[in-house]
Design a protein around this ligand. Sequence first.
Ligand code: UT7
Length: 328
Amino acid sequence: MGINILGMGSYLPEQVLTNDDFKKFVDTNDEWITTRTGIRSRHMAGWEPTWYMGKLAARKAIENSGVDPKDIGLVICSTITSDFLTPSVASLLQYELGIENAAAFDLNAACSGFVYMLDTAHRYLSTDDNLKYALIVSAESLSRFIDYEDRGTCILFGDGAAAAVIEKSDKMYSSFLGSDGSGARRLFARSLEVAPEVKVDRVFDSGFPEKPLRQLYQDGKEVYKFAVKALPKAFNKAAEKIGVTVDDIDLFVPHQANVRIIETAAKNLKASIDKFAVTLDHHGNTSSASIPLALCEYIEKGAVQRGQKLALVGFGAGLSYGSVIIEY
Ligand code: UT7
């Protein structure tokens, strides 16, 4: 059993920051950012809370799907930048959008979040005969967790939200989800102070760098090395399960972290770069929202047709990675 995307929607905050705007905070320039990452501008939340961006994206997805909110039985939100530790963003969306008969919860798989969430929703739809429609939403405000004195990371991230309403179908489907927690210290943000005497386990013994609460730390070089391997691996593992090859895929929608990662992965997969959706030039890295934002944009501009085969591939903190292959 597979899934059918009935409708998608997105929301990008009003405020746009160009590469030149970062010269106010750090010693950087447009040339460095463009050649090292491919990013030219990004939207940054000002007045918009994370859950509110999710609501606006989800409302459009529901409208485009033609589904009555009362028939949605599951709401999941993938986010690492929730406005609240509790309740979940999904609970707020369930109420705000008039979804009366649904389970609602958040899911954290960092930048792989949309792929993890889609696969989770697929499993619910596959096993629950009473569940007709699921609403899946990625909403992120990375700008609120950035160290604006760290020029290696602050220029990378953007904010936004994107959502999809999905139903079960007999379309082609495969997935692979992976994790390598030994790399947890390479990309993290602390939410609570952990007492220094608590030696938790192998991960902590190997040393998390110092960083204030709620500020993102990234070891860019190590994450880059992981990403260029994880992207092809995640696709190949999902593809092998159903005997699909690169040639069968019409569009790869990878996590939008760095255009050099996408180019290297395309080379490793022996796939044309033209088969890869790229929106990071104007979105930046929006964590779990990057894949659905890119997919939504490609659908809206008519670059994705019904019946085409899509490979969504995520990678990020955890370190997590995963791929879902679907038919649009
Ligand atoms: O979404 C989760 C997954 N995340 C990723 O996939 C990110 C993966 N990593 C990357 O994309 C890249 O590692 C970065 C874009 C983060 C960094 O690119 P890099 O080619 O690895 O650069 P670097 O960190 O090695 O820095 C090279 C030089 C350094 O100067 P020195 O030490 O060679 O003199 C940096 O200080 O560039 C300097 N630099 C900058 N210069 C101008 C770092 N950031 C900047 C900047 N502007 N913004």
